[in-house]
Design a protein. Structure first.
Length: 174
Protein backbone atom coordinates (compact mmCIF):
# COMPACT_ATOMS: atom_id res chain seq x y z
CA UNK A 1 0.00 0.00 0.00
CA UNK A 2 1.30 3.43 -0.83
CA UNK A 3 0.50 5.97 1.85
CA UNK A 4 2.64 8.79 3.24
CA UNK A 5 3.72 8.03 6.81
CA UNK A 6 2.71 11.45 8.16
CA UNK A 7 -0.95 11.14 7.09
CA UNK A 8 -3.57 9.88 9.50
CA UNK A 9 -6.59 7.94 8.40
CA UNK A 10 -9.54 6.42 10.22
CA UNK A 11 -10.45 3.39 8.11
CA UNK A 12 -9.36 0.88 5.56
CA UNK A 13 -11.92 0.58 2.78
CA UNK A 14 -11.86 -2.81 1.06
CA UNK A 15 -13.44 -3.17 -2.37
CA UNK A 16 -13.17 -6.87 -3.18
CA UNK A 17 -12.97 -8.71 -6.47
CA UNK A 18 -12.90 -6.08 -9.19
CA UNK A 19 -12.05 -7.11 -12.75
CA UNK A 20 -9.77 -4.82 -14.74
CA UNK A 21 -9.99 -5.58 -18.46
CA UNK A 22 -7.27 -4.46 -20.85
CA UNK A 23 -4.95 -2.78 -18.36
CA UNK A 24 -1.53 -1.57 -19.49
CA UNK A 25 1.02 -4.25 -18.54
CA UNK A 26 4.19 -2.44 -19.60
CA UNK A 27 3.80 0.93 -17.94
CA UNK A 28 6.77 0.47 -15.66
CA UNK A 29 10.17 -1.19 -16.01
CA UNK A 30 9.92 -2.33 -12.39
CA UNK A 31 6.53 -4.01 -12.75
CA UNK A 32 6.85 -5.18 -16.36
CA UNK A 33 3.91 -7.52 -16.96
CA UNK A 34 1.73 -5.77 -14.35
CA UNK A 35 0.39 -2.20 -14.21
CA UNK A 36 2.46 0.33 -12.32
CA UNK A 37 1.16 1.24 -8.86
CA UNK A 38 1.15 4.89 -9.96
CA UNK A 39 -1.67 3.99 -12.35
CA UNK A 40 -3.75 2.89 -9.38
CA UNK A 41 -2.78 6.02 -7.45
CA UNK A 42 -4.10 8.12 -10.33
CA UNK A 43 -7.34 6.14 -10.21
CA UNK A 44 -7.55 6.82 -6.46
CA UNK A 45 -7.11 10.60 -6.93
CA UNK A 46 -9.78 10.59 -9.65
CA UNK A 47 -12.04 8.68 -7.27
CA UNK A 48 -11.37 11.30 -4.59
CA UNK A 49 -12.46 14.12 -6.90
CA UNK A 50 -15.60 12.32 -8.10
CA UNK A 51 -16.65 11.20 -4.61
CA UNK A 52 -16.26 14.78 -3.34
CA UNK A 53 -18.41 16.12 -6.15
CA UNK A 54 -21.00 13.40 -5.39
CA UNK A 55 -21.55 14.92 -1.95
CA UNK A 56 -19.06 12.98 0.18
CA UNK A 57 -16.61 15.83 0.65
CA UNK A 58 -15.61 14.61 4.13
CA UNK A 59 -14.20 11.35 2.71
CA UNK A 60 -10.50 11.66 1.87
CA UNK A 61 -8.36 8.95 0.33
CA UNK A 62 -4.71 8.68 1.37
CA UNK A 63 -3.38 5.46 -0.14
CA UNK A 64 -4.23 2.38 -2.15
CA UNK A 65 -3.19 -1.25 -1.99
CA UNK A 66 -3.81 -3.70 -4.80
CA UNK A 67 -4.23 -7.41 -4.15
CA UNK A 68 -4.08 -9.43 -7.37
CA UNK A 69 -6.09 -12.67 -7.25
CA UNK A 70 -5.67 -13.66 -10.91
CA UNK A 71 -4.17 -12.27 -14.11
CA UNK A 72 -4.19 -13.17 -17.77
CA UNK A 73 -1.65 -11.53 -20.03
CA UNK A 74 -2.70 -10.85 -23.63
CA UNK A 75 0.22 -12.76 -25.09
CA UNK A 76 0.93 -15.52 -27.56
CA UNK A 77 3.44 -18.33 -27.06
CA UNK A 78 5.66 -19.44 -29.90
CA UNK A 79 8.73 -21.60 -30.39
CA UNK A 80 11.78 -19.36 -30.22
CA UNK A 81 14.22 -21.98 -31.53
CA UNK A 82 16.56 -24.51 -30.06
CA UNK A 83 18.17 -23.31 -26.88
CA UNK A 84 15.49 -20.63 -26.46
CA UNK A 85 12.35 -22.74 -26.05
CA UNK A 86 8.89 -21.24 -25.74
CA UNK A 87 8.70 -17.45 -25.76
CA UNK A 88 5.82 -15.12 -24.87
CA UNK A 89 5.12 -12.09 -27.01
CA UNK A 90 2.44 -9.49 -26.44
CA UNK A 91 -0.56 -9.63 -28.73
CA UNK A 92 -0.45 -6.59 -31.00
CA UNK A 93 -3.34 -4.32 -31.91
CA UNK A 94 -3.83 -2.66 -35.26
CA UNK A 95 -3.89 1.10 -34.86
CA UNK A 96 -6.12 3.27 -37.07
CA UNK A 97 -4.74 5.06 -40.11
CA UNK A 98 -2.78 8.21 -39.40
CA UNK A 99 -3.76 11.71 -40.60
CA UNK A 100 -2.22 11.10 -44.06
CA UNK A 101 -4.18 7.87 -44.55
CA UNK A 102 -1.14 5.67 -44.08
CA UNK A 103 -0.92 2.61 -41.90
CA UNK A 104 0.20 3.68 -38.45
CA UNK A 105 3.23 1.91 -37.01
CA UNK A 106 2.59 -1.01 -34.71
CA UNK A 107 3.37 -0.01 -31.17
CA UNK A 108 3.80 -2.76 -28.63
CA UNK A 109 0.93 -2.47 -26.20
CA UNK A 110 1.06 -5.06 -23.47
CA UNK A 111 -2.39 -5.64 -22.05
CA UNK A 112 -3.55 -7.74 -19.13
CA UNK A 113 -6.83 -8.75 -17.52
CA UNK A 114 -6.80 -8.69 -13.73
CA UNK A 115 -8.97 -9.79 -10.84
CA UNK A 116 -8.01 -7.54 -7.94
CA UNK A 117 -9.19 -6.24 -4.61
CA UNK A 118 -8.50 -2.64 -3.62
CA UNK A 119 -7.64 -1.55 -0.08
CA UNK A 120 -7.88 2.22 0.38
CA UNK A 121 -6.73 4.13 3.45
CA UNK A 122 -9.53 6.60 4.04
CA UNK A 123 -10.19 9.35 6.53
CA UNK A 124 -13.83 9.91 7.43
CA UNK A 125 -14.39 10.41 11.19
CA UNK A 126 -18.15 10.63 10.54
CA UNK A 127 -18.25 6.88 9.79
CA UNK A 128 -17.22 6.02 13.36
CA UNK A 129 -20.43 7.57 14.72
CA UNK A 130 -22.82 7.15 11.79
CA UNK A 131 -25.51 4.47 11.64
CA UNK A 132 -24.72 1.39 9.54
CA UNK A 133 -27.29 2.39 6.91
CA UNK A 134 -25.51 5.71 6.29
CA UNK A 135 -22.12 4.04 5.97
CA UNK A 136 -23.56 1.41 3.62
CA UNK A 137 -25.08 4.17 1.46
CA UNK A 138 -21.74 6.01 1.34
CA UNK A 139 -19.89 2.82 0.38
CA UNK A 140 -22.41 2.16 -2.37
CA UNK A 141 -21.78 5.65 -3.79
CA UNK A 142 -18.02 5.06 -3.67
CA UNK A 143 -18.33 1.65 -5.35
CA UNK A 144 -20.56 2.94 -8.14
CA UNK A 145 -18.25 5.92 -8.66
CA UNK A 146 -15.21 3.62 -8.82
CA UNK A 147 -16.84 1.49 -11.52
CA UNK A 148 -17.07 4.56 -13.80
CA UNK A 149 -13.28 5.04 -13.73
CA UNK A 150 -10.42 3.37 -15.55
CA UNK A 151 -7.38 1.80 -13.94
CA UNK A 152 -4.15 1.60 -15.94
CA UNK A 153 -6.22 2.22 -19.10
CA UNK A 154 -8.37 -0.80 -18.28
CA UNK A 155 -12.10 -0.85 -17.64
CA UNK A 156 -13.41 -1.77 -14.19
CA UNK A 157 -16.29 -4.08 -13.38
CA UNK A 158 -17.32 -6.32 -10.54
CA UNK A 159 -16.40 -9.99 -10.81
CA UNK A 160 -19.61 -11.80 -11.89
CA UNK A 161 -18.33 -15.18 -10.64
CA UNK A 162 -18.42 -13.95 -7.03
CA UNK A 163 -21.70 -13.72 -5.12
CA UNK A 164 -23.12 -10.19 -4.66
CA UNK A 165 -22.65 -10.44 -0.89
CA UNK A 166 -18.92 -11.12 -1.30
CA UNK A 167 -18.54 -8.16 -3.68
CA UNK A 168 -19.84 -5.65 -1.12
CA UNK A 169 -17.28 -3.07 0.02
CA UNK A 170 -16.51 -3.09 3.73
CA UNK A 171 -14.65 -1.00 6.29
CA UNK A 172 -12.05 -1.79 8.88
CA UNK A 173 -11.63 0.85 11.56
CA UNK A 174 -8.09 1.74 12.57
Amino acid sequence: MTCPSNVSFSHFLVIPRVTVTGANAISSPITYGFPSITNFLGMMWALQRKVSSAGLSDVTFHGVGVVCHASRLHAARFWGGSGVGMVNTFSQTRNPLNSRGQVAPIIEEGRINLNVSFVFSVNCPRWSLAPASTVKSDLSIILHTLMTLRAASGTLDQDPSISPVQREPWLLGV
